[in-house]
Design a protein around this ligand. Structure first.
Ligand code: NI
Length: 168
């Protein structure tokens, strides 16, 4: 088992647009295994490569660990093709420790991306899985959930964010 260091706000790597992955090689497979180890260790639902300072289009998700109808999912070079509906639910992020806030997201999405075999998968997701995919997908575009919260909530968490900034 190998644990990776999680990059936290306000590190600028979290703000970069991640690069396409061109090769699925052993190095990438090792990285993915370590990402899953790290995800489980810190009890997250998803982890995107920029969160471990790798600016590449890749994320791992496992909602199965906490929810009976959950799922384990890994996506390389993902895209969100369609979005439907919207609902507000509380979110957190391993890169923004100790802050939780309501975020408006689509309820249902159509997404695609490559799996470990290099096969393109395209399918729908809804509810929690759709939310986690949207959250992780944002990481690949340098967007954090705190960018998507209401002005009122931004004021509410301002102090906590300042503390994180000072911790650097
Ligand atoms: Ni996150």
């Amino acid at each position: 088992m190998s644990l990776l260091k999680i990059t936290t706000f306000p590190d600028t790597i979290l703000r970069l647009k991640a690069e396409d992955i061109t090769d699925i090689d052993q190095e990438l497979i090792d990285l993915i295994n370590s990402m899953y180890d790290t995800l489980y260790e810190y009890e997250g639902l998803g982890l995107a490569a920029p969160q471990i300072s790798v600016s590449k289009k890749l994320f791992v998700i496992d909602t199965k660990k906490y929810y009976e109808d959950g799922e384990k999912l890994l996506l390389i070079n993902p895209e969100i093709v369609e979005k439907e509906g919207s609902e507000k639910l509380e979110e957190g992020c391993l890169s923004v420790p100790d802050i939780h806030c309501e975020v408006k997201r689509a309820i249902k999405i159509l997404f695609r991306g490559y799996n470990l075999d290099g096969k393109l998968i395209e399918r729908e997701a809804e509810g929690l899985l759709a939310r986690v995919i949207q959250h992780e997908f944002d990481h690949l575009n340098g967007i954090l959930f705190i960018d998507r919260i209401s002005t009122i909530n931004k004021h509410k968490i301002a102090k906590d964010l300042k503390k994180l900034k000072e911790k650097g």
